[in-house]
Design a protein. Structure first.
Length: 284
């Protein structure tokens, strides 16, 4: 069964009656197979799934794509209903606030500011972005009070910021990170892929191809990190890259001396569209 609530007061009312285990999937809508994998995992692991669809203005910078971000609510609801049909004994509560003031009422004046992790990589290029993400996710967590919450690992830094927030604020929520879903070409699924022309979509493959190449160079061995760093330097001569960096997977530190798991994080910019990808590797 799927139910849609559009106001926070309705959400609070529904939540107050809930006695079952809740899995939560926060999204900005315009669902693709990546989001669906979160929904399915949440349905597998919980009796009830709360699924939010809210384009959060706090995580967009002044010159970013908040206004043009794709909003496809009817289509999204249909997709969720289709999946929910496969789980007849479970229910999905969609929270799709119609207005920003439902989530952030006038006068709302709190910011969750995660330092450190939030100021490198994406955070350095998009100041305030992760504060916006942490603030809305915290607010949604407080409203939904889930036991488990599901996030895509494509936004690895976002996942790290949320794990840090949950740990620091002692929130009783288990965070589950779900693997990147890719097109057969290798392109990681993203709602922003639809901004790309056919030509740019072809160009975008540089992201996954470079990741794969560097992953193969490392081949699970710490001793190969030097070769990888040289290849990264070489790749970065292409000005389409915003960044391409190897970081420790647990801390996002650049110091990989003690690392047993590293993440290659990269962003390319095609026109006004920025595309993110990453690759996780165990090394020894
Ligand atoms: O990953 C997203 O879609 C968003 O950043 C999130 C977590 C729903 C917060 O708005």
């Amino acid at each position: 069964m799927v139910k849609v609530v559009k106001s926070t007061s309705d959400l609070i009312q529904e939540r107050a009656q809930e006695t079952k285990t809740i899995g939560f999937v926060p999204t900005m809508g315009n669902l693709h197979a990546g989001h669906i994998s979160l929904l399915e995992r949440a349905l597998d692991e919980n009796e009830v799934v709360y699924f939010s669809i809210f384009v959060n203005p706090k995580q967009f910078g002044p010159n970013e794509d908040f206004n043009k971000y794709p909003r496809t609510l009817e289509q999204d609801i249909k997709q969720i209903e289709e999946i929910a049909r496969k789980y007849p004994q479970k229910s999905v509560m969609i929270y799709a606030p119609t207005d920003t003031s439902e989530v952030f009422p006038p006068g709302y004046n709190q910011t969750i500011s995660t330092t450190g992790l939030s100021t490198v990589l994406e955070g350095a290029i998009r100041p305030g972005h992760f504060d916006g993400v942490a603030t809305v996710v915290f607010r949604l967590f407080e409203l939904v009070k889930p036991q488990n919450a599901y996030f895509g690992l494509k936004d690895y830094q976002q996942y790290m910021v949320i794990c840090q927030m949950v740990q620091d604020l002692i929130l009783p929520i288990k965070i589950v990170g779900m693997p990147i879903i890719r097109e057969t070409s290798g392109l990681a699924l993203s709602s922003r892929n639809q901004y790309l022309s056919a030509e740019q979509k072809e160009e975008a493959l540089i992201l996954s191809k470079t990741m794969k190449k560097i992953g193969a160079l490392i081949n699970g061995k710490k001793a190969n990190l030097n070769f990888a760093q040289a290849e990264i330097k070489n790749a970065l001569t292409d000005s389409r890259w915003n960044y391409l960096e190897l970081r420790d997977s647990q801390t996002l530190s650049m110091n990989l001396g003690q690392s047993s798991k590293v993440t290659l994080l990269g962003v390319i910019q095609l026109g006004s569209t920025r595309l993110l990808d990453n690759l996780q590797m165990e090394i020894q």
